[in-house]
Each structure stands twice: as C-alpha cells, then as structure tokens.
Write a protein that binds this ligand. Structure first.
Ligand code: CP
Length: 303
C-alpha cells in the first residue's frame, strides 16, 4: 500500500508530481462541472481524533470532486468514548470495505502505527506535534504559484515552532524545494533540535521580517502546552504580533501566510491577515486541489 505519512519521507520529484497534478485539478475545480470520475470505485474514510475545519472539509471536498464514496468519523461522537482502541476503531471501519484512511490524531506516529497494521492507504492529516504533510504541500504549492520557483526564496516561519507540526512539515518541504528557511519565535517556543534541521534561527521578529520574502505565521497552540510557557498571549502579541505598523518599518513587501485557525490580535492583526499581501484564503483554496492530487496519486489511478 502507498501512504503519505510525512514530508520527511518523500522526495522533490514526488512533490513536483503532486504539484503538477494539483495544477491540473485546480483547473478542473474552477470549471462549471467540478467533478472527475477518477476515484469512482474507491471508498475513503476521514477519521478525525482531533478538531479540524479546513483539513477535514477540504479532504471531504477533494474526495467528492474525485467521485469517491466518503464516510466521516469524529472521535468525539464515537465509541472511542466507550473505550474502543484506535486499531479496533479503524479495523471496524475497514471491515465496511474502505480503501483509504485520512487520519488526524493527537499522538505523533499514530498514522505510522496504522500503516504497519492495516491494509489500506493512509494519509496523515496531522499527528500531534509531528507532521502535517498536506498542509506543507498546499503551503509550498501556494508559494510556487505566486513566485514560480522556491530556489533561494527566503521563507520565515514565525510563531510556536515547538508545538507545530505545520512548521516541521514546512521546513522539510521548503528545503527540498530549494528555499532558504528561517524560524522565529521566543526561545521557549523553539525546539532544542531546531538547528539540526538546517534552518536559520532568529528571536527578533522585526529582523525575521526584514530578512524574508514570505512570512508563514503560526498560532500559539495552547491545547498542546503541558505547562504555562513564557510568554503569555498578551506578551506574545506585544513582542511577536504582526501588524501593519510593524510591516511599514520593513523596506520591502512580504507575502503573509497562515495555516489557520488565526488567533486574530495575537500572532496576526486583521489589518495584515486581510490585506492584499495575505494569501491565506488562496492557501485554503489550493488545499482542495493539492489533496485531490495526493489521493489520486496514492490510489494509483494515474495513467
Ligand atoms: N490548517 C489546519 O490544519 O486547519 P484545521 O485544524 O482547521 O484543519
């Protein structure tokens, strides 16, 4: 079986193929007839053990645009609440003749565990603080769409890097595509191993903004913080919050990205999130085409 478990495991050639396929699907979904019959005989289960708006809805839409049969599972309204295990849950779903599983889980490695134990294609839709591969693919695709190339483009990932699977997957994807990558945030929100990933580290947000062409801004993930970290949300917004005034002190235009959900007024002010230089909603639009490409290629329907 083929899986997409993380960006660490895939090559630039894999990404190029995904982007080329996503580009064709983006043309399809902008036509009056948005559906193609590519996955007509495939059944896909979206199995979500954590909350989601964008990822779950865009996977579901991508599957429907490809004419797959779709079932949705949310742990909060399931028999997980009665004590059923992850493996039992997924095996019961597969007994209903499901071919692919798109899974989000709070435990790092949960989709890798499933990939070893079940006979279905697995797509990681976010596993704890580990990886969020389709988010990185749609982010990279959105930058490519705007700039044409990532070669030597300077991308700063700003925010709570320590708890962010988006940051880790983005670092892998951007570096494989030739970008220069910087991470920026308070020391307490940077993982100790960050330098091993081959990125620049900057503690001063103004210097990071002055350096970069693209700023991918992340939220503070309070739900993953076991202890109370410095800074508080108020302190974070004071020292790291990006607003129009701060951007006016930078000598060039920066493209603003955010994977969502935005904590408006904390990491990003509305005057930046909703500005002409923000491509946040383009990222969401591209999520459908990129996820269509991933599902299509994993199902082995190409050619
Ligand atoms: N970007 C992202 O993963 O958003 P959701 O948590 O809403 O899916």
């Amino acid at each position: 079986q083929k899986h997409l478990l993380g960006i660490k495991d895939i090559t630039k050639a894999d990404m190029d193929l995904i982007f080329q396929t996503a580009k064709s699907f983006k043309e399809v979904i902008n036509r009056p007839i948005k559906k193609v019959p590519s996955l007509r005989d495939i059944t896909i289960a979206n199995v979500f053990f954590e909350n989601s708006t964008r990822t779950r809805l865009s996977f579901e839409l991508a599957e429907k645009r490809l004419s797959a049969d779709v079932i949705n599972f949310s742990s909060s309204s399931s028999s997980v609440k009665k004590g059923e295990t992850l493996l039992d849950t997924v095996n019961n779903i597969l007994a209903m003749k499901v071919d692919m599983v798109v899974m989000r889980h709070s435990s790092p490695g949960a989709p890798h565990f499933l990939a070893k134990h079940i006979d279905a294609n697995i797509v990681n839709a976010g596993d704890g603080t580990h990886e969020h591969p389709t988010q990185a693919l749609l982010d990279t695709f959105s930058i490519l769409e705007k700039y044409g190339t990532l070669d030597n483009l300077k991308v700063a990932i700003i925010g709570d890097i320590l708890h962010s699977r988006v940051a880790i997957s983005n670092i892998f994807a951007l570096k494989k595509m030739g970008a220069q990558v910087m991470v920026c945030g308070p020391n307490t929100l940077l993982p100790k191993y960050i330098a091993e990933l081959g990125v620049r580290v900057e503690l001063d947000v103004k210097k990071a903004l002055q350096w970069c062409d693209v700023a991918n801004v992340l939220r503070i993930q309070l739900e993953r913080q076991q202890i109370k970290y410095f800074p508080s949300l108020r302190e974070y917004s004071l020292y790291y919050g990006i607003n129009k005034r701060l951007l006016s002190e930078i000598d060039h235009q920066i493209t603003i990205m955010h994977p969502g959900p935005i904590n408006r007024g904390v990491e990003l002010n509305s005057d930046v999130a909703d500005s002409d230089h923000s491509i946040i909603l383009e990222q969401v639009e591209n999520g459908v085409a990129v996820r269509m490409a991933v599902l299509y290629l994993l199902a082995g329907k190409q050619g």
